[in-house]
Design a protein around this ligand. Structure first.
Ligand code: IDP
Ligand code: MG
Length: 139
């Protein structure tokens, strides 16, 4: 059965552009409940750790620079079928491919600076949530 928890973070481009309020409103209006949230910034080292699964990809270094370049808003969200439905709400990785009305379609600047992260599995939602929230076990 699909879990009811996912992890997201609003990325530096969207926080820097002043779009976090609009994005949080879309998330809440879509039925997701925010059960943990903070406003923080990743060090270069922490960005490298978070994206370790992509370390062999050609964009890894730039991605780590970018993700540590400004403030982010990580959150844990609750909803039925949370992981899959949230990925639908954010849209495709490349904003040029993101469906109309999705968060990336509306707010992403580029394939790298694409406004928001969404976990791709229940397992990764747990791993990524624990990366930012030490009390993840209670969710
Ligand atoms: P996802 O965020 O849609 O799950 P992933 O393939 O897991 O996409 O990639 C993680 C992040 O790495 C993306 O959200 C984006 O910021 C960045 N990224 C992915 N592909 C590229 C690329 O081809 N060029 C530059 N950055 C990329
Ligand atoms: Mg991914």
């Amino acid at each position: 059965m699909a879990g009811n928890i996912t992890f997201t973070m609003i990325k530096p481009d969207a926080v820097g552009a002043g779009n976090s309020g609009a994005i949080i409103k879309m998330i809440e209006d879509s039925g997701f409940k925010i059960i943990a949230m903070k406003y923080t910034r990743l060090s270069r080292k922490r960005a490298e750790q978070f994206y370790m699964v992509h370390k062999e990809r050609p964009f890894y270094n730039d991605l780590c620079d970018y993700m540590s370049s400004g403030n982010i808003i990580p959150m844990i969200l609750e909803n039925n079928n949370a992981v899959e439905d949230f990925r639908k709400l954010i849209g495709a990785t490349n904003p040029q491919d993101a469906a109309e009305g999705t968060i990336r379609n509306l707010f992403a600047e580029s394939i790298e600076a694409n406004a928001i992260h969404g976990s791709d599995s229940d397992e990764n939602a747990g791993i990524e949530g624990s990366f930012f929230f030490s009390d993840m076990e209670r969710f």
